[in-house]
Design a protein. Structure first.
Ligand code: HEM
Length: 347
C-alpha cells in the first residue's frame, strides 16, 4: 500500500516533512516498512488555519463532531447529487446585488495571497513569529469581510424564500474558488498547445453532440478522450499542489518515526510527476488514461491526487468537474484557438 510513499520518501523528492517551529523534534530514523498507516489517515490542518484565519472554519477544523457535521452537510446537501442536479439545469450566480460576485472574487484572491505568506512563514521557523503581528490583523479583516458578505447572501436568500416559498429556484448559494478557474486554464492551455489533442477533442464533440447545441454534462461519459485530457492536465498541474495533515499520535510511516503533533505536507505536484510512477512524467499524454494500467493508477489515491485523498478528500469534486467539463468543452466547441508564435509541441 505504501510503495509509492516509500519510493517518494527514500528519494526525498516527493514527500516533505516540515518541522513546525513549535512542533516536537522530528527523528529521521529509517525503520522497517511494515506500516499500516496511510498518510491520508493523519489529522488534517490546512497550514494552521490560513484561509479564513478562524479555527471554526471547515477547512482547518480538526477531526471531531464539528468536522463530521460540516462534512456531512457538504457531501449530502451543498455538494450532493441532488444539489448538483438542480444546478445542472441553471446558470448559477453568487448574488446579483451589490457587486457581490466581484467582492467574493477579491476576497478569494486576498485570502490565497495571505495563505501563501502564512505558509511561507510557517515553514521558515523564526518567520512564524512575524505572522503574529504582521498577518493577524489582515486575516481578521478578511475573515470579517467574508462573514459580512455571506451574511448578506444568506439574508437575501432567506427573504427570497419567504417571498417565493420553499420551492424557489435555489441558485444563489454557489461558491467556488480560483482552483476551478486555474484548472480550466491549464486544461485549455494544454489542449491548445497540443493541436492534435485539440483536433481530436473537437472531432469527438462534433460526432457525439453535433454543432447545434453545447455539450451537456450527460455527454461527458461519451467523450473519453476529453476526460483523459482533463485527467492528464490535472496530473501535470494540480491546483492545490500542497496539502497537509497533523499527526494525531506517534506513528510509523514508510519506516520513519513520526511524532505526534508534526505537520506533514504532501506534495501532489511531485507525486504526480514521479518518474517511478509515471512514464514520461512531464509530457502531456492524455491517451495514457485510456489504458487499463493508467486507469488503475487514476483510481489509486496514493498516486493520483489532484483532489487529495482519504477522509479529507475534496468534497467539491462533483461540482467542480461539472463546471470544468461544461466550460472547457464550450470553449473548444465555440472558438478556434491559436498559439501566438508557434504551433505547440506536437504541431
Ligand atoms: C478544480 C477544483 C478543485 C481542486 C483541484 C480541489 C482540491 C482540493 C484538495 C487537494 C483538497 C485537500 C484534500 C486533502 O487534504 O486530502 C481540497 C479540500 C477541500 N475542498 Fe476542494 N478542490 C477544488 C474545488 C472545490 C470546490 C468547488 C469546493 C466547494 C464548492 C471545494 C471544497 C473543498 C472543501 C470543503 C475541502 C476540505 C475538506 C475537508 O477538510 O474535509 N473544493 N480540495
Amino acid at each position: 500500500m505504501l510503495s509509492a510513499i516509500n519510493m517518494a520518501l527514500s528519494s526525498f523528492s516527493v514527500w516533505a516533512l516540515i518541522l513546525h517551529f513549535l512542533s516536537p523534534p522530528l527523528r529521521w530514523t529509517r525503520k522497517s516498512s511494515k506500516d499500516k498507516m496511510s498518510i491520508f489517515s493523519l489529522e488534517y490542518n490546512l497550514l494552521s488555519g490560513i484561509i479564513f484565519g478562524s479555527s471554526t472554519s471547515f477547512f482547518n477544523a480538526p477531526y471531531g463532531d464539528y468536522w463530521e457535521f460540516m462534512r456531512k452537510i457538504c457531501t449530502t446537501e451543498l455538494l450532493g447529487t441532488r444539489q448538483m442536479k438542480k444546478l445542472k439545469t441553471r446558470s448559477a450566480r453568487c448574488s446579483g446585488e451589490d457587486n457581490q460576485a466581484e467582492k467574493c472574487k477579491g476576497l478569494v484572491i486576498e485570502s490565497f495571497d495571505l495563505a501563501r505568506k502564512l505558509a511561507l512563514f510557517n515553514v521558515i521557523g523564526p518567520l512564524k513569529r512575524i505572522d503574529m503581528w504582521y498577518l493577524r490583523n489582515k486575516i481578521a479583516d478578511v475573515t470579517k469581510r467574508y462573514d459580512e458578505l455571506f451574511e448578506n447572501v444568506l439574508v437575501e436568500h432567506e427573504e427570497k424564500a419567504k417571498r417565493e416559498g420553499p420551492n424557489m429556484e435555489n441558485k444563489d448559494l454557489m461558491g467556488d474558488s480560483n482552483t476551478t478557474s486555474d484548472v480550466i486554464l491549464w486544461i485549455l492551455a494544454e489542449i491548445v498547445n497540443h493541436p492534435a489533442a485539440f483536433k481530436k477533442v473537437r472531432e469527438d464533440i462534433d460526432s457525439v453532440v453535433g454543432t447545434e447545441r453545447l455539450v451537456d454534462e450527460a455527454d461527458i461519459q461519451n467523450l473519453p478522450y476529453f476526460q483523459a485530457c482533463v485527467k492528464e492536465a490535472m496530473r501535470l498541474h494540480p491546483a492545490n499542489p500542497l496539502f497537509d495533515r497533523v499527526c494525531r499520535e506517534n506513528c510509523k510511516l514508510a519506516g520513519y518515526d513520526i511524532p505526534k503533533g508534526i505537520t506533514m505536507i504532501m506534495n501532489s505536484y511531485s507525486i504526480m510527476r514521479d518518474p517511478k510512477i509515471w512514464d514520461s512524467p512531464n509530457d502531456f499524454i492524455p491517451k495514457r488514461f485510456l489504458t487499463e494500467k493508467y486507469n488503475a493508477k487514476e483510481q489509486n489515491f496514493q498516486v493520483y491526487v489532484p483532489f487529495g485523498g482519504g477522509r479529507r478528500m475534496c468534497p467539491g469534486i462533483n461540482m467542480t468537474s461539472s463546471v470544468i467539463n461544461c466550460s472547457v468543452t464550450a470553449m473548444v466547441q465555440c472558438f478556434d484557438w491559436k498559439v501566438i508564435g508557434g504551433d505547440g509541441p506536437d504541431g
